[in-house]
Design a protein around this ligand. Structure first.
Ligand SMILES: [Zn+2]
Length: 465
């Protein structure tokens, strides 16, 4: 497998720190609002990476943190007149629900900032002891960027220009120095620590959690792979790298992976998406798998221009997969090592080359449809085909639904119950050889936009679009 390392700016062969194991850490959400398409894209990219590594046989420890204390959460809590805990719980639940809807698997570890204060305090103490941090008169503690000779090596910056947006604190020794701990002297949200009441700096969270929960402590690196959105490279990841390097004497990650930005296609988003970029709104109009298929369809390093035309084209592409799956309905999956699986993993093992992977799936569907037209009853072929589709489901995370239910997306439970009732009545009429009634019901269903298929294992239906 090869991975593009955003620090060395080149593709490198993946060599794990420990044989057969991978430690992967991805910066998670700050839970003060619903997840938008950018969150979805990042979560999907690293979910795919994890699935590919697992399919390659690695035992993957996948950690993604939850930033559940932050100024944004405090502001939102003030705005709504509820506690920060309530805000964090509400949006953590929303994030979990939305990610599940697009097939993102739960991380192995999901540490919360508020439950890791002691790990952060311990790292601050080490940085203070080693003179990489200093305390100013109001009790805030800062990281001394000039004390780290490798500072800026991660993002390859030559100077500290463009960091003027960082808040100006007159007692800071250097402009780039960042807060490890912010002292709280009033009634505001704060945690007890050896440095008094206060709140940890955001950058510190990931370094401390990686050290405490994820790092296998072998070799020169804390973990194998650190991932996140491209916007995190500087200053967030630069600062994480500096903290870890200075506190632990090893580098944070052997490979750094960053996914591109998501842009929304102009202002002309269709009404069905309501001009919203929240994932939960997109999920009202589209099956989670369609969104997954679409958001993963371009290479993770490039920027992703979200527009509904491409989304609909993606849906049509996924529809083809489900139509093929219908042709195999009733067959139970057996694991067969297919040539397809080998090719798919080879494509994705090349720094997640999804274009090649998707092309392989398109080819598989086309050749399968031809083969099934010619010889519909070849059981060995059908088994191998189903096995290939199961590989797609495991590695790429789509195609796993009942194909008939997939085509029923968007109908509410009442509508489905009504249709199922009609189908049952029709079956009874057919059994009683009352063909006038069964034909009339078929027409009624057709008028509702429903196509029915009678198969040896029962009658199935789908809504036409
Ligand atoms: Zn982070």
């Amino acid at each position: 497998m090869t991975i593009y390392d955003s620090v060395q700016k080149t593709k490198l062969p993946f060599i794990p720190l420990q044989e057969g194991k991978v430690s992967l850490y991805v910066c998670g959400p700050t839970v003060y609002d619903d997840a938008h398409l950018g969150h979805a894209k990042s979560a999907l990219v690293f979910d795919l990476l994890r699935r590919v590594l697992e399919a390659e046989g690695y035992d993957v420890l996948f950690a993604r943190n939850i930033t559940d204390i932050d100024d944004k959460i405090i502001n939102k809590a003030r705005e709504l007149g509820i506690s920060t805990t309530e805000i964090a719980q509400r949006y953590t639940a929303a994030y979990t629900r939305d990610m599940e809807a697009i097939g993102v698997q739960k991380p192995t570890l999901e540490p919360k900032a508020t439950e890791s204060i002691d790990a952060m305090a311990e790292m601050i103490q080490r940085l203070l002891d080693k003179k990489h941090a200093y305390t100013i008169s109001n009790g805030d503690i800062y990281f001394d960027t000039q004390s780290d000779t490798n500072y800026l090596s991660l993002s390859n910056r030559q100077s500290m220009e463009n960091v003027s947006r960082v808040e100006r604190v007159s007692e800071k020794r250097h402009e780039a120095d960042f807060a490890l701990w912010k002292a709280v002297h009033d009634e505001g949200v704060a945690f007890d620590s050896p440095f008094g009441r206060g709140r940890p700096g955001w950058h510190l969270e990931c370094s401390a959690m990686i050290e405490r929960y994820v790092s296998p402590h072998v070799g020169d690196y804390a973990i194998d792979i650190h991932g996140g959105g491209a916007d995190l490279l500087f200053p967030h990841h630069e600062n994480e790298a500096a903290q870890t390097r200075c506190a632990t004497n090893h580098e944070l990650a052997r490979y750094w992976m960053h996914n591109g930005f998501v842009t929304i296609g102009g202002e002309k988003m269709s009404k069905s998406l309501g001009n919203s970029f929240f994932l939960k709104d997109a999920l009202k109009s589209y099956d989670g798998e369609v969104l997954r298929f679409y958001l993963l369809s371009t290479h993770y390093r490039g920027d992703f221009n979200f527009n509904e035309e491409d989304l609909i084209a993606s849906k049509r592409r996924l529809d083809r997969l489900y139509r093929l799956k219908k042709r195999l309905f009733g067959l139970s999956a057996e694991t067969i090592d297919t040539e397809f699986k080998k090719n798919l993993l080879e494509a994705l093992g090349d720094d997640l080359n999804v274009s090649r992977a998707y092309a392989l799936i398109d080819e598989l569907i086309s050749s399968a449809n031809d083969a099934l037209d010619t010889n519909p009853k070849d059981k060995t072929y059908r088994q191998a085909l189903l096995s290939a589709l199961t590989t797609v489901e495991t590695v790429l995370g789509f195609g796993g639904q009942n194909p008939y239910e997939y085509f029923q997306f968007g109908l509410d439970e009442a509508a489905k119950a009504h249709i199922n009732g009609l189908i049952e009545k029709r079956s009874e009429a057919k059994k009683a050889k009352d063909f006038a009634t069964s034909d009339a019901i078929r027409d009624e269903l057709s008028a509702l936009g429903v196509s029915i298929m009678d198969t040896p294992v029962g009658t199935f239906w789908e809504s036409r679009d």
